[in-house]
Design a protein around this ligand. Structure first.
Ligand code: PAF
Length: 292
């Protein structure tokens, strides 16, 4: 595996990889990450390796997707141990640009911005203004830098995945978008908690309490699937999360899986329960299928 820090070298390295394909240009998968890798990220790399000849994993803690009072400085960074894990799991290139390589004019002076109406406005978009503009802009840059055949993202960030699918379709970033942008099922700890780099922020006590999030979500899903009133069930879920030790619940919503429009009842369409809740200094998000 080669670790690359400049765009110039990345482009040359990718051209060399493509040219070295046997009888055809080699195929390349992109796995965008912010590092602090866990089994969820490594699952994306292994899945990408099954589909393409080479995997480029990016590690970039993107300042433009963090709000002023968020955890940009505290976000865990450990390039050396991340690189060892990626090499072990078959990544070909680790793309690890500095902030000045990604934003030569400085993130604060970067004036191009990608916004998607509708899907980005509710849920995490409401709680974190500007967050998805930053995500979409950096993911669009990564697609243009790597020009992958396929890209892999975790379903844990369901709203992010829906937005990236919309962007790649609308801006013709990969073809065909429905087959080139792959969402990979959330990888969970033994108590069901979705793996996340931010789980490291949890104290031992809060980590134990955090396992209640997937447990209570499953309970709510069972109630909704059994025909229970959606608004009442979501209200009960919020109350139970707080009783289980969560400080607050940003949202607990039943939504259409594709448009993320809130649903008052199941109508046979693919639906998702999406939750964001705060515990200690962490804000945990999770989502699960409902009615499938
Ligand atoms: O999901 C993440 O880790 C980030 O939002 C992403 C997609 C790498 C963009 O910075």
């Amino acid at each position: 595996m080669q670790t690359v820090h400049t765009l110039d070298v990345l482009r040359k390295q990718i051209a060399n990889l493509r040219d070295a394909g046997k009888g055809r240009p080699a195929t390349i998968a992109l796995v965008p990450t912010m590092g602090a890798l866990h089994e969820g990220h490594l699952t994306l790399v292994r899945r990408a390796r099954e589909h393409c000849d080479h995997v480029v994993t990016s590690i970039f803690v993107n300042p433009t997707q963090f709000g002023p009072n968020e955890d940009l400085d505290a976000y865990p960074r450990d390039l050396e141990s991340d690189a060892a894990l990626l090499e072990r799991d078959g990544c070909t290139v680790l793309w690890a640009p500095s902030v000045s390589e990604m934003y030569p004019q400085g993130p604060a002076n970067f004036v191009t911005n990608l916004t998607i109406k509708g899907i980005s406005e509710g849920l995490c978009g409401a709680a974190r203004p500007g967050h998805f503009d930053g995500v979409l802009t950096v993911v669009c840059k990564l697609f243009n830098q790597v020009r992958p055949d396929m890209a892999f993202f975790g379903e844990k960030d369901w709203q992010q995945l829906a937005l990236i699918r919309t962007m790649t379709r609308d801006l013709d970033l990969v073809q065909p978008p429905a087959e080139a942008v792959i969402g990979v099922a959330t990888v969970r700890e033994s108590d069901g908690l979705a793996m996340s780099s931010r789980n490291r922020y949890l104290s031992r006590e809060d980590r134990t309490k955090a396992g209640n999030l997937p447990r209570l979500m499953k309970q709510a899903i069972a109630a909704i699937e059994a025909g229970g009133n959606v608004a009442d069930t979501l209200g009960t879920l919020e109350t139970e999360l707080v009783a289980a030790g969560f400080a607050s619940v940003d949202y607990a919503v039943l939504a259409d899986a594709a448009t993320l429009a809130p649903l008052a009842r199941l109508n046979g369409q693919a639906a998702r329960l999406l939750v964001a809740a705060r515990i200690g200094s962490a804000r945990l998000i999770d989502n699960m299928a409902v009615g499938t």
